[in-house]
Structure formats: structure tokens, C-alpha cells
Design a protein around this ligand. Structure first.
Ligand SMILES: N[C@@H](CCC(=O)N[C@@H](CS)C(=O)NCC(=O)O)C(=O)O
Length: 226
């Protein structure tokens, strides 16, 4: 049984990716939630995660004492451990493409990530309008994402055929586009719907919506009303 250490489902986009892969492929895992503190440099999150991962971040996968501490490395490891399940697409061309687009997400899209932090339960539509007008890099990055998504083999399907690690990597983009109501094409919205209907995605989003913890430093656009 794997152990996956994650942080708040509402906020932690890097935690979401390997969690979705474990869940979608029905791999046996125990989830260990280390919630972010309400204010930076308070609470026990940092000391708790540092006790198991010197890198000090989530997600972390533990497999029988083996520590893995990066979302993409975790997914690669899981794919290697379960070759009978196509965590990466079976078709070699789609597999190559899936790896490229997952890597592009993992190492890029910093404007989207910085301006539109994941916040599943929030309605940030008004802020989204403003960011869209003011932030040209954000518009460019969303255009690139729409291009990637438009190249999926089937309009009703996932990015590289069946659900794969590539989709898990773009899952937090789906929720961001919704939270900030960024203006995207019908084809993009179709993919967002496909993703939102996936059982693993539904399970994560449902759990995120039930969380009440407020993490002030991840809420640049809202005030906490008690
Ligand atoms: N490149 C890493 C990023 C991990 C990351 O930034 N995790 C965030 C949560 S989404 C974190 O642990 N932040 C806590 C901190 O930096 O103190 C990965 O792919 O796993």
C-alpha cells in the first residue's frame, strides 16, 4: 500500500496530480493530509513535511520506505510499477506526446500558476476578468493550453486518448479556468466537462468543496469573513 502525503485539496494543485492518478487507476494508497497553516510560517505543516521529506513540499509518495517527492517523478514511478495499466498511453506516439505535455505543464505556465492560484471552492470570476484584461502573459499561456487541448485525438475524449498522467497534470488548470471564469473556446469547455465527469476528478473536487480551512497567503483576492 502506498502512502501519499498531500495538502489541502482546495489549494494544493501539485498534490492533486498524483492523487488523481492513484485514484483513477485504482492503485492501493493511504492518503495522509498535512494541511497548510492559516498564516505563512505558523502551524506544523513545515516541520511535519520536513520530518519525512527534506525538500519540505508535498506531494510525497512513500513506497515501503522509498521516498519520492516530486509529482512527475511520482507518476513516472507509478507507471513503472504498474506496466499492465496504461498510466501513460499505450500508443507510443501518444505516450511521447503525453510526456511532452505533462513536462510542459510541470516546468511552465508560471503566469497562470502565479496569477490564478488553485482555489476550487472560490468564485473569482470578477478577478478573472481583470486579470484577463491586464495580464498578456496569462492570455498567452491559456492560448497555448487551448492549443494543446485542441490536439486531443477525439473531441469527447482525454488529451492523449484514454485518461492518463497527462490529464492529471492539466486537472488543476481545468479548475482554475472555472474558478476564474477565463474566456475559453467551446472545444476547451468540452474537455473541461469531460474532466469534471471523471470519477477521480469528482472525488477530489467534492472533497475540496467540503474543506473549510482558510489559508490566508493563498487567498490574495478574497477576505475571510467569519
Ligand atoms: N515541483 C514540485 C512542486 C511541489 C510544490 O510546490 N508543492 C507545494 C504545494 S502545491 C508545497 O508543498 N508548498 C509548501 C511550501 O512551499 O512550503 C512537484 O511537482 O511536486
Amino acid at each position: 500500500m502506498y502512502q501519499l502525503y498531500i495538502a489541502n485539496k482546495n489549494y494544493s494543485s501539485w498534490s492533486m496530480r498524483p492523487w488523481l492518478v492513484l485514484q483513477a487507476f485504482d492503485l492501493p494508497f493511504e492518503e495522509i493530509m498535512l494541511p497548510f497553516p492559516s498564516e505563512r510560517h505558523t502551524g506544523t505543516f513545515k516541520q511535519d513535511i520536513l520530518a519525512i521529506n527534506p525538500n519540505g513540499k508535498v506531494p510525497v509518495l512513500m513506497d515501503d520506505g522509498l521516498l519520492l517527492w516530486d509529482s512527475l517523478a511520482i507518476c513516472e514511478y507509478l507507471a513503472e510499477q504498474h506496466p499492465e495499466q496504461n498510466l501513460w498511453p499505450k500508443n507510443s506516439q501518444q505516450r511521447a506526446r503525453a510526456r511532452c505535455i505533462a513536462a510542459e505543464m510541470h516546468s511552465g505556465f508560471t503566469h497562470l500558476r502565479n496569477a490564478c492560484g488553485m482555489n476550487i471552492r472560490a468564485n473569482l470570476n470578477e478577478m478573472g476578468k481583470r486579470l484577463w484584461q491586464e495580464n498578456a502573459e496569462l492570455r498567452e499561456e491559456v492560448a497555448r493550453i487551448e492549443q494543446i487541448w485542441s490536439e486531443r485525438p477525439e473531441a469527447q475524449g482525454f488529451l492523449c486518448g484514454e485518461f492518463s498522467i497527462a490529464d492529471a497534470f492539466y486537472a488543476p488548470v481545468v479548475t482554475r479556468l472555472m474558478s476564474y471564469a477565463l474566456p475559453v473556446s467551446d472545444a476547451t469547455q468540452q474537455y473541461m466537462q469531460t474532466m469534471m465527469q471523471h470519477p477521480a476528478m469528482k472525488a477530489w473536487v467534492t472533497a475540496a468543496l467540503q474543506e473549510v480551512a482558510w489559508v490566508n497567503y493563498l487567498e490574495p483576492y478574497q477576505h475571510h469573513v467569519l
